[in-house]
Design a protein around this ligand. Sequence first.
Ligand SMILES: Nc1ncnc2c1ncn2[C@@H]1O[C@H](COP(=O)(O)OP(=O)(O)OP(=O)(O)O)[C@@H](O)[C@H]1O
Ligand SMILES: [Mg+2]
Length: 252
Amino acid sequence: MSEAVEIKNLKKTFDNGKHFVLNGIDLSIPRGTITVIIGYSGTGKSVLLKHILGLLEPTLGSICVLDHYYEKMSGLEKAQLRKKFGVLFQHAALFDDMTAIENAMFPLIEHRKDLSRDQMKTIASQKLVDSGLDPRHFDKLPSEISGGMRKRVGLARALALEPEILLYDEPTTGLDPILTEMVDNLIYETHHKQGDKATSIVISHDLSAAFRLADKIVMLHEGKVLKSGTADDFLNSDHEFIRLFVDKGMRR
Ligand SMILES: Nc1ncnc2c1ncn2[C@@H]1O[C@H](COP(=O)(O)OP(=O)(O)OP(=O)(O)O)[C@@H](O)[C@H]1O
Ligand SMILES: [Mg+2]
């Protein structure tokens, strides 16, 4: 299938149906593309991401990732599939007591027991270099490097297992404009360095990032997909609510 992720009529309630956080999401994410999912705070973006990762179970509907349906999978199969994801969260969430290279090696230590320590080190170093970290910082702790460098380490760790799908949840929220641009560029470069097979999914409430990065933009609102399309489709939309979101986003 040419889709990396295919979601049909996904619904999720946490309170036995009083309120549906996700209320009938239909969404397809083509392989090899950067898709940016936007929407106001609290519209269910992170909840959607956790469903894509198989960390939350749908109340209703189906999710297919890389041709595998979660509802047909055992716990072990889900864990196997999760290794095909690389995830970068807002706060890079590094281990404070591990150096940059130890952080980047961590997924290999967990999941690639077939490799020797030296092989792990070689792979982790390469991922750090690919993410733009200078080797003289490899043996420093997260507290000894800058916020931008920490993002690079987080990205290297997300890349360690050669993921087929890279997920970013609010990678730039709370960063200054210069760091924001650096991280957006990093996402873009990382995506294109991996060739045409890689799929990147970025969750953001920053519309200008969506316009810079996305092949496809998906806007969530009140648990549904309000619109999906290209940047031009959003710019040319007559929908009042989308106009408002676009105008606000462009003025920032
Ligand atoms: N485990 C949970 N139990 C109950 N409610 C939850 C749970 N996880 C999320 N929610 C609720 O789901 C709604 C959507 O949350 P979500 O974190 O997906 O929003 P978001 O779009 O990612 O917002 P933001 O842009 O602020 O990150 C919120 O009302 C939240 O309180
Ligand atoms: Mg969120």
